[in-house]
Design a protein around this ligand. Structure first.
Ligand SMILES: C[S@@+](CC[C@H](N)C(=O)[O-])C[C@H]1O[C@@H](n2cnc3c(N)ncnc32)[C@H](O)[C@@H]1O
Length: 222
């Protein structure tokens, strides 16, 4: 699966091998100057890897058309007839799932062109035209200028999205500006607190939350 706590992520705030950057500030986060392009290039590469992966199971998705988790569905509630904007949609499985669940129309935004292109193809394969599902390639911080409508009943973002962003306040302001009055933002996200739990039971604290040593993953995938 994708890697919200990926230790190789150059923007990860606790990247264990990053020296402390004394010039870092709120305006200039630590990391190489080209971190955004490097990150986008990696996401471009991952599209083909993910569409071929068991985790994303594209054939299974084509059949079921729904990957929304039970807790998301319970918390978001009935989406029938509502408009939904999915920020950082990858290749659109979550986005199209909300459509399958009755949303009137959905818009997915991602800065990876191959991801957006794959999402468009998937929507077309499932029989959804651009009036029901549209996908735009843009940086999430430019969403207000990039998406087709000024506001949406639901702004949604799914797991593994926030950790790639350098400025969460700006992200929240952007998301808030796109919500129709009476609508809401729904955010489902991993929290690194989960990383302190043991692999066997997931219920015992096994690791130091503040550890600074390198996290080595030997599992195949991304
Ligand atoms: C792990 S995916 C999350 C999507 C969804 N939860 C999923 O699993 O399919 C993270 C997505 O964020 C996108 N992304 C990262 N930084 C972005 C940015 N600054 N603007 C727009 N998209 C971004 C990546 O291209 C990637 O598709």
């Amino acid at each position: 699966m994708c890697c919200p706590t990926d230790p190789t992520d150059p923007t990860h705030p606790t990247h264990p091998t990053d020296p402390v950057d004394p010039t870092a500030s709120a305006d200039r986060p630590p990391g190489p100057d080209d971190w955004r392009e490097a990150n986008r290039a990696r996401w471009d590469e991952r599209v083909a890897i993910h569409t071929a992966s068991d985790y994303y199971d594209q054939d299974g998705f084509r059949r079921a058309k729904d990957v929304i988790r039970a807790f998301e569905s319970a918390e978001v509630g009935d989406v029938t007839g509502r408009s939904l904007l999915h920020l950082q949609c990858h290749f659109g499985q979550d986005t199209l799932s909300w459509l399958h669940r009755g949303a009137a129309h959905v818009v997915g935004l991602d800065f990876s062109e191959p991801a957006v292109e794959t999402a468009r193809e998937l929507a077309a394969e499932l029989g959804y035209g651009p009036d029901r599902a549209s996908f735009v390639a843009a940086d999430v911080y430019d969403a207000a200028e990039a998406v087709p409508d000024p506001s949406y009943d639901i702004v949604y973002t799914g797991i593994g999205a926030l950790n790639w962003l350098p400025d969460l306040v700006r992200w929240a302001e952007t998301a808030a500006s796109l919500i129709t009055p009476g609508g809401f933002l729904y955010l489902a996200e991993f929290h690194p607190l989960g990383d302190v739990l043991d692999e066997e039971t997931g219920s015992r604290i096994a690791y130091d939350y503040f550890r600074r040593d390198a996290w080595v993953e030997e599992t195949p995938g991304t």
